[in-house]
Ligand binder design. Structure first.
Ligand code: NAD
Length: 480
C-alpha cells in the first residue's frame, strides 16, 4: 500500500453557505462545524436548523404544492433548467464535496454529473393515465397523484447522488421537497440549494442542514406527506415508527452486508480484481458493496493473496491529490468503528493478510485491510463495516456458502463470481437480496430498480418505480 503524504487542505468556502427556504437564504440562529476528513480540521460552518426552521420549510413546501403539481409542462422545463444549472456549477460544487466527504475530485465531479443526469432522466418521465376498462358498464381509469411535501433525508457517503435520485422523481411527479443532508456532509446540498434558487419556483425545493433532531422534526411534521430516507437500518426503523403515527408514506433504503460468493471454477486474480474494485470504492463506504467474500477452501489462499496485493498497491491520500485512488473515511467515528471491528476480528483469531491499522496523522485514514481465517459469528462478518476492510471466508460447498450468505437480516445486494456465467446465474437466484449480480457487483443504472429486501429497505428507487413511490393511485370509475 502506498500511503500518500497528507496534504493540508487549502480549501475554504468563498462565503458561508445558507439554508434555502422559499427560494431565498434562510437564516438560522445556530451553526455547526464541518470537518475535512482528510485533515481532521474544521473548515466551515453550516446552518443548524431548529424545529422552527423545519416548520417554516414544511409550510412553504406545502404552500408551493398546489401550483407545482398543476403544471407538468412547467415542471419539465424547470427540471431541465435545474440539470443545466447543476452542470454549470460543477466546478464550484466539486471542491466542496471533496472537502466535506473525502472522496477524490474526479469522483466528486462524477457525482455532480450523475445528479444532473438524474434530473434530466426524470424531467421527461411521467406516469401515464391508464385506461383499465371501457365497456358497456363503465369507463375505469387509473391516475397517479403526487403526495405533497416530501422530506428527503440523506447520508454522507454519496450526499448528492442519493439526494438527487430522490429529489428528481419527487419533483417530476409534482411533489415539493425539503432536503436534509447528513450533518457530516451538509455543504454540497446547501450549495445545490443556492444554485437552484431562481431556477425552481420558490418553495418547491428547500434545503435545511442540521443534526438528527432536525431530521426527526421533519419526519414528524404534519404537513410532510412522504419521507424518502437513505441511511442506517437503525435510523430507518426510527423513521418508520415516526411515520406510522401519521401514516406518512415512506421509502427506506437502508444498510447492507452483501456477500460475494466465488465459485470453484473462478480465476482467483480475475475475481479478486473485480471484487476489490467494488468493495473498496469510495473507501468501502457504499451501501451496496461486497462486504464479505465466500471462497471455496481450495481457492482461498490464492484469492487472499490476490486481494492482499491489490490492497498493498492501493494509493491512499487526500482527495485533492490527483494520484489518490482512495480517500479517508468520512468521519472519525466511522474510522474508529472500522478499526474496532478489525481489532475484534484479530483478537478472535483472524489473520491480517494486508493492512489492519489506522494511518497516523490528523485525517481519518485507514489502511485497506484483508482478513482471513475468519468465519460467521465474528462482528466484521455479521455486521456492516462500511469501510475499507474485507473478510474472506472459506466455504465447503455451494450449499454451505448460500446458507451463510443468507443467514442475515440484511438483503440489499449479493453476487456470484465464476468462469461459467450460466452456473453462476443459477446460484445467484438463491441469494436473498433485492439486487443480485453475476461477475460484477453494485452495478446500477437509472432505469434498473434499486431496492433492498428484509432489513435493507422498503420501496424501490430508480426507473418509473421511483415515480410511483412519490405518488398514490386514484381510481376514476365512470358509470355508463
Ligand atoms: P444515519 O442513519 O446515521 O443518518 C442518515 C441521515 O438520517 C442523516 O441525515 C441523519 O441526520 C438523519 N437522521 C438520524 N436520525 C434521524 C431520525 N431519528 N429521524 C430522522 N432523520 C434522522 O446513516 P449514515 O451513517 O449517514 O449513513 C450510513 C448508512 O447508510 C449505512 O448503513 C449505509 O449502508 C446506509 N446507506 C444505504 C443506502 C441504500 O440505498 N440502501 C445508500 C447509502 C447508505
Amino acid at each position: 500500500m502506498t500511503e500518500r503524504s497528507i496534504l493540508v487542505s487549502v480549501f475554504t468556502l468563498p462565503a458561508p453557505l445558507t439554508a434555502t427556504v422559499a427560494g431565498a437564504a434562510h437564516p438560522t440562529r445556530a451553526t455547526f462545524d464541518v470537518v475535512n476528513p482528510a485533515t481532521g480540521e474544521i473548515f466551515a460552518a453550516a446552518p443548524d436548523a431548529s424545529v422552527a426552521d423545519v416548520d417554516a420549510a414544511a409550510r412553504v413546501a406545502h404552500d408551493a404544492f398546489p401550483s407545482w403539481r398543476s403544471d407538468p409542462a412547467a415542471r419539465r422545463v424547470a427540471l431541465h433548467a435545474a440539470a443545466d444549472a447543476l452542470d454549470a456549477a460543477r466546478d464550484e460544487i466539486v471542491p466542496i464535496l471533496t472537502a466535506e466527504q473525502g472522496k477524490t475530485l474526479a469522483q466528486s465531479a462524477r457525482e455532480v454529473g450523475v445528479a444532473a443526469a438524474y434530473l434530466r432522466y426524470y424531467a421527461d418521465m411521467e406516469l401515464e393515465r391508464q385506461l383499465l376498462r371501457d365497456d358497456a358498464d363503465a369507463v375505469v381509469q387509473i391516475v397517479h397523484r403526487p403526495l405533497g411535501p416530501a422530506a428527503i433525508i440523506a447520508p454522507w457517503n454519496f450526499p448528492l447522488i442519493i439526494a438527487v435520485a430522490k429529489i428528481a422523481p419527487a419533483l417530476s411527479a409534482g411533489n415539493t421537497v425539503v432536503l436534509k443532508p447528513s450533518p457530516y456532509t451538509p455543504l454540497s446540498s446547501l450549495k445545490v440549494g443556492e444554485v437552484l434558487r431562481g431556477v425552481l419556483p420558490p418553495g418547491v425545493f428547500n434545503v435545511l442542514s442540521g443534526g438528527n433532531e432536525a431530521g426527526a422534526a421533519l419526519t414528524a411534521h404534519p404537513l410532510i406527506r412522504k419521507i424518502s430516507f437513505t441511511g442506517s437500518t437503525a435510523t430507518g426503523k426510527a423513521i418508520a415508527a415516526a411515520a406510522a403515527a401519521d401514516l406518512k408514506r415512506t421509502t427506506l433504503e437502508l444498510g447492507g452486508n452483501d456477500a460475494a460468493i466465488i465459485l470453484d471454477d473462478a480465476d482467483p486474480a480475475v475475481v479478486a480484481t473485480g471484487i476489490f474494485a467494488r468493495a473498496f470504492h469510495n473507501t468501502g463506504q457504499v451501501c451496496v458493496a461486497p462486504k464479505r467474500v465466500y471462497v471455496p477452501e481450495k481457492l482461498r489462499a490464492a484469492v487472499v493473496e490476490a486481494f492482499a496485493d491489490l490492497a498493498r498497491d492501493a494509493r491512499i491520500g487526500d482527495g485533492t491529490d490527483p494520484a489518490t485512488q482512495y480517500g479517508p473515511l468520512n468521519n472519525r467515528s466511522q474510522r474508529d468503528r472500522v478499526a474496532e471491528l478489525v481489532s475484534d476480528a484479530v483478537s478472535q483469531g483472524a489473520t491480517l493478510a494486508a493492512g489492519g491499522s489506522v494511518i497516523e496523522g490528523s485525517g481519518f485514514f485507514y489502511q485497506p485491510t484483508i482478513l482471513t481465517d475468519i468465519s460467521d459469528g465474528v462482528r466484521i462478518v455479521d455486521e456492516e463495516q462500511f469501510g475499507p476492510a474485507l473478510p474472506v471466508i472459506g466455504y465447503r460447498d455451494v450449499e454451505d456458502a448460500l446458507a451463510r450468505a443468507n443467514a442475515t437480516h440484511f438483503g440489499l445486494g449479493g453476487s456470484v463470481w465464476g468462469t461459467d456465467p450460466e452456473r453462476a446465474a443459477t446460484v445467484v437466484e438463491r441469494v436473498e437480496a433485492g439486487m443480485t449480480w453475476v461477475n460484477t457487483h453494485s452495478a446500477t443504472t437509472f432505469d434498473q430498480p434499486f431496492a433492498g429486501i428484509k432489513w435493507s429497505g422498503i420501496g424501490v428507487e430508480n426507473g418509473r418505480w421511483a415515480l410511483e413511490g412519490f405518488t398514490e393511485m386514484q381510481v376514476i370509475h365512470q358509470a355508463r
